[in-house]
Write a protein that binds this ligand. Structure first.
Ligand SMILES: C[S@@+](CC[C@H](N)C(=O)[O-])C[C@H]1O[C@@H](n2cnc3c(N)ncnc32)[C@H](O)[C@@H]1O
Length: 207
């Protein structure tokens, strides 16, 4: 099984920690570059086009690819949050985050309500994080905070009702979903089972 196939089939926190402990060293060159992984760039572009401001919390920061894409047009503060210490170690080497926080985004977060932007690429997908993270994230978001989060269409069925409920209760506004391809053309030869994966870049604001 490829790392990607294993990642999309993760069954819980222990499996997640083990997979990313083993994948951290080869993630950038062996996965992102090899498959022309485009989600970090899509998220960053959507966030910046919508006028995103810092401080930003980058959720499921991994090795820092989303923050690196943001840095192409954004000079503000970016904090990174991830459950994997090994992925955060790789992110720290890039020197682009103000702070790195090891935490599970599905639980209450050890952070104050200070963020004007929340970004995430590749973390809301099969075997990973579901809409249960929205509560903890809204708790650290200032009113008007701009969210730009990728959600893989493999798991969209779980997100649509959660978003409708947040809209109905007035917790979020200005909801949009922008369809994108997760990988570029190189993925067809490298990993045909995932090459055509699509995602929405979910955009909304905290009320
Ligand atoms: C596919 S990687 C994406 C990393 C990076 N954002 C990117 O686009 O390359 C998913 C990341 O989510 C993290 N993750 C998975 N479950 C998590 C959770 N419950 N809380 C925080 N991070 C989590 C993993 O450790 C991993 O670094």
């Amino acid at each position: 099984m490829t790392d990607l196939t294993s990642a999309l089939a993760l069954t819980g926190p222990e499996a997640t920690l083990k997979l990313y402990r083993d994948w951290a060293d080869s993630y950038d060159a062996g996965f992102a570059e090899r498959l022309d992984y485009r989600l970090p760039a899509h998220v960053a572009r959507a966030f910046l086009a919508a006028g995103g401001e810092g401080p930003v919390l980058d959720v499921g920061a991994g090795t820092g690819l989303c923050a690196a894409a943001l840095r192409e047009g954004f000079g503000g503060e970016i904090d990174g949050l991830d459950v994997s210490a090994e992925m955060l170690t790789k992110a720290a080497e890039k020197g682009i985050y103000r702070a790195l926080i090891r935490a599970d985004v599905t639980k209450s977060l050890p952070l104050p309500r200070v963020y004007r932007g929340i970004t995430s690429s590749g973390t809301f997908t099969a075997g990973h994080v579901g809409p249960e993270a929205f509560g903890p994230l809204l708790a650290v978001a200032l009113p008007g905070c701009l969210f730009a989060l990728s959600v893989n269409l493999r798991v969209w069925d779980r997100f649509a009702p959660a978003l409708q409920a947040l809209q109905a209760e007035g917790a979020i506004t200005d909801l949009q979903d922008l369809p994108v391809q997760v990988y570029g053309a190189a993925a067809q030869a490298q990993d045909p089972a995932h090459a055509d994966d699509r995602a929405f870049i979910l955009m909304f604001r905290a009320a």
